[in-house]
Design a protein around this ligand. Structure first.
Ligand SMILES: *[C@@H]1O[C@H](CO)[C@@H](O)[C@H](O)[C@H]1NC(C)=O
Length: 243
């Protein structure tokens, strides 16, 4: 009898992991100076604030939910197509253009919708908002305006090096939960720099309660004692024809 129960328990566990409900959301915010100083061609005036990368449904083990076109079982509701999603975003385009720009030049020009389509297809369709893209994007924008990393990181952009662990602790002091910090490497000088900061939220619609991110470091940072830069925005030369 006991063995029987055990078998049932094992089977139930297997079933739960097979249907693989996601566990939490990760809000990923990019620091434009670090995204744009490594060789990719960026829009001319990069924002002097953290901009949105995305809001990602994650499994409890911190693995992202795969895109809908790879695994349609992620939702019982047929997701809004990206064409329809773009129409649905028209009323909030001003907010999105400011907070969720595509920093990279696409075919010679700025193309925010290219980025939004990608985020919708890769993360939005399998979120709690499969048929409500406007709320998915708007709630992500709201969360971002309520969690400005510059107010809790304890450092300002500059040329100093800081231990990544110190920044994590400052954010934890300020918000009560550890974020995840993503580093990249500035080519030639080979220094580490802060590229993204990610906040983790309990699964809810809309997400609002912060939780500790399981993996505090990602990208090129490997240890809490790694020294990283938080580079200032480039100073833009003002041309006469812009005045
Ligand atoms: C995050 O973890 C720290 C301990 O490492 C704990 O003090 C804190 O309460 C946790 N925060 C949340 C939101 O669970």
């Amino acid at each position: 009898m006991k063995r029987h129960l055990l078998a049932v328990a094992v089977l139930a566990t297997l079933l739960v992991s097979a249907t693989s409900e996601f566990d939490f959301y990760k809000l990923s915010l990019m620091w434009p100076p670090s995204v744009c100083n490594t060789g990719m061609e960026c829009i001319p005036k990069i924002p002097k604030m953290f901009t949105i990368h995305g809001l990602w449904p994650q499994y409890a083990n911190d693995i992202p939910v795969p895109p809908y076109d790879e695994d349609p079982s992620c939702t019982n509701i047929i997701p809004t197509s990206s064409d329809e999603a773009m129409n649905d975003l028209v009323p909030i385009e001003e907010e999105l253009t400011k907070y969720w720009p595509n920093l990279f030049i696409k075919d010679g020009k700025r193309d925010d919708q290219y980025f939004w389509r990608h985020e919708w297809e890769d993360h939005g369709m399998c979120s709690d908002y499969p048929d409500d893209p406007r709320s998915y994007f708007y709630d992500t924008f709201s969360l971002t305006t309520q969690h400005n990393p510059l107010e809790v990181m304890g450092i300002q952009p500059g040329d100093e090096l800081n231990e990544v662990g110190t920044i994590l602790e400052a954010v934890k002091q300020g918000l009560g939960a550890y974020p995840q910090i993503v580093c990249n490497i500035l080519p030639r000088v080979k220094t580490l720099q802060l590229k993204e900061i990610r906040f983790c939220f309990e699964r809810a619609k809309p997400p609002s309660v912060l939780k500790n991110c399981t993996n505090k470091l990602a990208g090129d940072c490997a240890q809490l004692t790694d020294l990283i830069r938080f580079p200032p925005p480039p100073t833009v030369a003002i041309c006469n024809d812009e005045l």
